[in-house]
Design a protein around this ligand. Structure first.
Ligand code: SF4
Length: 482
C-alpha cells in the first residue's frame, strides 16, 4: 500500500514559524515497518492546489493521510483538493489525525477521523482489526483512544530520511515520555494522570541528535512533552543523550517551575541541558491559588528558583500565568509581576484569563479538564455561556465567577497588564522565540510594532525555506512516478 502524508505543523496562529512535524514521521515509520510505502509532504498549506494535485496524480496513493495538530483549521486548505480526490480517485482512502475534536464539515471527504493520540488505533485500522472499542461513529468512521497502551504508544523519535530535505535551519521534534503523571485541574493536555509513563532510550535520542547534526546540520529541536521535568529521570535521559555530542542541541520545551523548586537536583540538570527556551506553566505565584489547581508552589521558593535558573542557565524563560483563580488576588498578581520585572527573572511573561470551555460532539476525553467538566465543584460559578474559536469551529466558553473576580474582569486585566509591562518585559511564547532563534532573527522586542516587524521578517524567511523544501520534494518525487 502507498500512503501520501500531508502534514501542516506551522501555520494557524503561528504562520511565521517553521517547525517540522512529528506525528507524520511516526505514521511513516509505522507504515514502513508493516511493509507499506509512504512519503511526507510538509507544510501543505504552502503548496499550491496544482502542485498537490500533480503529486497525487503522480504518486498514486492508496491512502492520503492528513495530519494537523490539535484542530482542523489548516485542513480547510485541503477542502477543494479532497473534493477533487473524491471525484477523480474514489478508491483512495482519506484519513485524518491530530485533531482533538471531530469536525463534521469534512463529511464525505474524510473516511476516518483518528482523535487524540491514536497510534494504537492506527495500527489496528491498518491491520483490519476489530475497531469497536474505539468507535464513536461509523459514517464517517470516528475513532478515539480512551486509554493509551504503553506497549504501543512509545515516545516518538522521528526517523529522518534524505527525502525529507531537512535543512540546517529546521527545528526537529522529539518526545521523552508519553503522558503526564499529574492531573492539574485546569489542564486539558492529552494522557494526563498516566500511571505508566514510557520513556525514550537515551542512546537512541543521542543518535538522533548526532544524525540530525552530522547529516543535515540541524542544531535546533523541540520536545513535545507536556512537562519535560515531570520526573528527574526525564531530564537525566536528555542530559545523557546530549553528553558526548560534537555540538550542544538548542532545545525548547514546557516545564513546571514548582518541580524545579521542590527537586533541587533538577537545577543541575537544567544547567547541563541548558535549554534554549523553556515555558514554565507557573499559573500563579500565590500559594493558595496554586494549591487549589493542584500545583503546589510558594512565592519565596519559586522566585528563588527563577533567580538560580537565571544565574546558571543561558535560557530564554517564559512564564505562563492564569488570571482569576480562586484564592488569588489582583494585588498578588501585580506584586509578583513587579518583582519579576524588577529582577528580570523571566525573559517573557504571558497572562491568560482562566478558560473554562465545554467541547461538543465527539472529542478526545482528555480535551476537557476537570474544571471544564464540573466548574461548580471547583467553586467556579457559571453566570453565562459565550463562544470561543477552536480552529474553524465555535466552542462554548463559560463566563465564570471565582471567589474574587470574574472572566470579563480578568480578560480586561490580561489586556491591561500586557500593555502596562510591554516596554519592560517581552511576551513571546517559547516556541515563537525558538523559531526566531533558529533563523537568527531574535532581538529584544519591547513594542507591538517591533514584534509585528520581527514576525513579518520571520514569516518571509520561513516561507523561503519552505519554498526550497517544496521545490526539492517535487523534483525528488518526479523520479518516483509510477
Ligand atoms: S499542567 Fe502540566 S503538569 Fe499539570 S497535568 Fe497538565 S501537563 Fe501535567
Amino acid at each position: 500500500m502507498k500512503c501520501l502524508i500531508l502534514s501542516e505543523n506551522s501555520n494557524g496562529v503561528w504562520p511565521h514559524l517553521h517547525f517540522r512535524s512529528m506525528g507524520s514521521y511516526e505514521l511513516r515509520n509505522r507504515l514502513e515497518v508493516k511493509g507499506h510505502t509512504a512519503t511526507i509532504i510538509e507544510w501543505f498549506t504552502k503548496w499550491s492546489e496544482e502542485q498537490l494535485k500533480s503529486i497525487i496524480n503522480d504518486y498514486k496513493p492508496d491512502i492520503i493521510a492528513t495530519s494537523t495538530p490539535f484542530h482542523t483549521q489548516d485542513l480547510y486548505y485541503l477542502k477543494d483538493i479532497l473534493t477533487w480526490v473524491r471525484d477523480t480517485y474514489p478508491d483512495i482512502k482519506v484519513i485524518h489525525g491530530g485533531s482533538r475534536q471531530y469536525d463534521d464539515e469534512f463529511e464525505g471527504l474524510i473516511d476516518v477521523f483518528f482523535l487524540g493520540r491514536s497510534m494504537e488505533i492506527f495500527d489496528a485500522w491498518l491491520d483490519n482489526k476489530d475497531l469497536e472499542q474505539y468507535t464513536l461513529q461509523t459514517e464517517p468512521l470516528v475513532l478515539v483512544n480512551h486509554q493509551f497502551d504503553e506497549f504501543v504508544d512509545n515516545p516518538v523519535i522521528p526517523k529522518l530520511k534524505d527525502e525529507d530535505f531537512i535543512s540546517s535551519k529546521d527545528i526537529l521534534g522529539f518526545e521523552l515520555g508519553v503522558g503526564c503523571k499529574f492531573n492539574c485541574s485546569f489542564c486539558n493536555y492529552e494522557l494526563r494522570n498516566a500511571k505508566i509513563t514510557n520513556l525514550a532510550d537515551p542512546k537512541e535520542l543521542h543518535n538522533y541528535f548526532l544524525e540530525a547534526y552530522e547529516k543535515y546540520g540541524v542544531t535546533n529541536f523541540f520536545a513535545s512533552d507536556d512537562t519535560i521535568n515531570e520526573t528527574d529521570t526525564k531530564l537525566e535521559i536528555l542530559a545523557e543523550a546530549i553528553r558526548g555530542l560534537p555540538y550542544h542541541p538548542q532545545i525548547t520545551a514546557y516545564a513546571r517551575l514548582d518541580l524545579v523548586t521542590s527537586k533541587p537536583k533538577q537545577l543541575k540538570l537544567l544547567e547541563e541541558i541548558n535549554f534554549r527556551s523553556l515555558f514554565f506553566g507557573i499559573e500563579s505565584f500565590n500559594p493558595e491559588a496554586s494549591k487549589l489547581i493542584r500545583k503546589k508552589s510558594g512565592i519565596g521558593d519559586n522566585i528563588e528558583t527563577l533567580r538560580k535558573v537565571k544565574e546558571n542557565c543561558d535560557t530564554y524563560t517564559v512564564g505562563g500565568m492564569i488570571l482569576g483563580l480562586n484564592g488569588d488576588s489582583e494585588e498578588s498578581i501585580r506584586s509578583s509581576a513587579n518583582q519579576i520585572i524588577e529582577e528580570k527573572l523571566l525573559s517573557s511573561i504571558q497572562y491568560y484569563p482562566l478558560s473554562i470551555t465545554m467541547p461538543e460532539g465527539h472529542y478526545d476525553p482528555y480535551f476537557a479538564s476537570d474544571i471544564d467538566k464540573d466548574p461548580e465543584s471547583f467553586d467556579y460559578k457559571i453566570i453565562e455561556v459565550s463562544h470561543v474559536h477552536h480552529g474553524n469551529k465555535q466552542m462554548p466558553q463559560y463566563i465564570w465567577k471565582s471567589d474574587w473576580t470574574d472572566f470579563r474582569e480578568m480578560a480586561e486585566l490580561s489586556n491591561s497588564l500586557h500593555i502596562e509591562i510591554s516596554d519592560k518585559i517581552e511576551s513571546l511564547n517559547h516556541l515563537e522565540y525558538a523559531g526566531m532563534y533558529a533563523l537568527n532573527l531574535h532581538s529584544p522586542i519591547y513594542t507591538e510594532k517591533a514584534r509585528l516587524q520581527l514576525q513579518s521578517q520571520c514569516y518571509s524567511y520561513a516561507n523561503a525555506l519552505k519554498s526550497v523544501y517544496i521545490e526539492k520534494k517535487i523534483y525528488d518525487l518526479s523520479f518516483t512516478k509510477s
